[in-house]
Design a protein around this ligand. Structure first.
Ligand code: ARG
Length: 459
């Protein structure tokens, strides 16, 4: 225990399993660069406050950069049982390189509590900004496809039953707007993640008059966390990221589910590129949409991390408690899952081929039953009545086996005398789609407008 940073008051050794149980180095080493950058900023501010000399600062900075280089080159040797976390490991190695006299001054007034919050916030901010780019790319592909394939019409479903014809682009944009809302939310989350905890000490603040604003600027934060106890206590920024990512994964999962259904032989609307499918070891004909199934499956994993960490955080008393170390692994895994998933989804969409003929074949005249009712509405008949009349046309078609659009004018007239010759014009899928011309609808002009709105949200 005497090697430990906190070993002064301890005499007995730790239980060996406790050593492993306690240490976080095997995952928090991923943030070695943030830890060192944060330490340099802290040392610089301590020099400015007159706590260390300029010369000492120079030694600390050079030493810290040398430690960083070892991590980058893969030569850093973790000392098992001593390097309990990334902060401890870096400081131990710094002491070996520049000597303990100067290295021992780095931590003046500092606590690992502020350090860990600072490292995680810096890392998360940078990762979320990368994710923001991936999401923009995905949305750009969505918008571009929606533009190119605007003339393709497909069956729209409710309850997975054929409902009304819509543009294929309209379907793509329905998810596009969900992802655009995720993008808006992400930008909000980044603002709250990117606040500085450095200079808050263990909980009560810094006693050496350290310039927190200066450190915050150097580290690229947008501002300070304003209460030192709160700054070291919360991992709300992790929880909010997990919640954000869960919503996004929910959208990805539903999007995937639609495409899985559309890619079956029964539907045949889309075909996945080879790059995102796999075969069967037994059945030579198989091409399975594994990419989409994994996207759907990984949503469960993302939600699990979110729910799990909410549980962890809920009962923790004020300020730092070791429970908070349990925020790391959900964060690291969740961020990777979300980032990879967006990129995979983008790849799937960018390489997907569509089968417009199959979509067309799946349209059936019953999907125009509402249009038939609307026809009579335009002749002044109340909708409740026209709904019923159209229902009788559906029934007649079912009884006779004659498709609804092939029922004779006389047959329709027999059901309601207000049908006129022009009723035949109702049975036109393109026309049905074009009728939905109020904003947000599936007419061509509306879809074009949606594309413009979506693009403005991406920018
Ligand atoms: N490894 C710790 C964590 O991730 C760092 C903070 C340790 N602080 C402490 N007071 N033991 O939470």
């Amino acid at each position: 225990t005497e090697n430990m940073l906190w070993g002064g008051r301890f005499t007995g050794g730790l239980d060996p399993l406790m050593v492993q149980y306690n240490e976080s180095i095997h995952f928090d080493r991923a943030l070695f660069a943030q830890d060192i950058t944060g330490s340099i900023a802290f040392a610089r501010a301590n020099a400015k406050a007159g706590i260390i000399t300029q010369d000492e600062f120079n030694k600390l900075e050079q030493g810290l950069l040398a430690v960083k280089k070892e991590w980058e080159d893969g030569t850093f040797k973790i000392v098992p049982g001593v390097d309990e976390d990334i902060h401890t490991a870096n400081e131990r190695r710094l002491g070996e390189i520049i000597g303990k006299d100067v290295a021992g001054k780095l931590h003046t007034g500092r606590s690992r509590n502020e350090q860990v919050a600072t490292d995680m916030r810096m890392w998360l901010r940078d990762e979320l900004r990368k994710i923001e780019k991936h999401l923009q790319d995905f949305l750009n592909v969505t918008a571009a496809r929606a533009e190119q394939e605007i003339d393709v019409i497909m069956p729209g479903y409710t309850h997975l039953q054929r409902a009304q014809p819509v543009r294929w682009s309209h379907w793509m944009l329905s998810y596009g707007f969900a992802f655009a809302s995720d993008l808006e939310r992400l930008r909000e989350v980044i603002k709250r993640v990117n606040r500085s905890a450095l200079g808050c000490g263990a909980l009560a603040g810094n006693p050496f008059g350290i310039d927190r604003e200066m450190m915050s600027k150097e580290l690229g934060f947008d501002g300070l966390l304003w209460n030192s106890m709160g700054a070291v206590a919360d991992r709300d920024f992790v929880a909010e990221t997990l919640q954000w990512g869960s919503m996004l994964m929910q959208h990805i999962s539903r999007w995937s589910e639609d495409l899985i259904i559309y890619s079956t032989s029964e539907f045949g609307f889309v075909r996945l590129a080879d790059a995102y499918s796999t075969g069967s070891s037994l059945m030579p004909q198989k091409k399975n949409p594994d990419s989409l199934e994994l996207l759907r499956g990984k949503a469960g994993r993302a939600f699990g991390h979110m729910a799990g960490f909410m549980m962890t955080q809920k009962g923790i008393p004020s300020t730092y408690n070791k429970d908070l170390q349990e925020s790391w692994e959900p964060m690291l895994d969740h961020v990777k899952t979300v980032s990879d998933s967006i990129q995979i989804a983008n790849g799937v969409l960018a390489t997907l081929s569509i089968q417009p003929e199959k979509m067309k074949e799946s349209l059936d005249p019953f999907m125009l039953a509402t249009d038939l009712a609307d026809y009579l509405v335009r002749k002044g008949v109340p909708f409740r009545e026209t709904h019923h009349i159209s229902g009788r046309c559906v029934a007649l078609s079912e009884q006779t086996g004659i498709p609804m659009d092939k029922l004779s004018y006389e047959q329709l007239k027999g059901i309601d005398a207000r049908f006129e010759e022009d009723i035949s014009k109702v049975f036109d899928y393109e026309k049905s789609v074009e009728m939905r011309s109020a904003k947000g609808g599936t007419s061509k002009a509306c879809v074009q407008e949606q594309i413009q709105v979506l693009k403005s949200m991406i920018a």
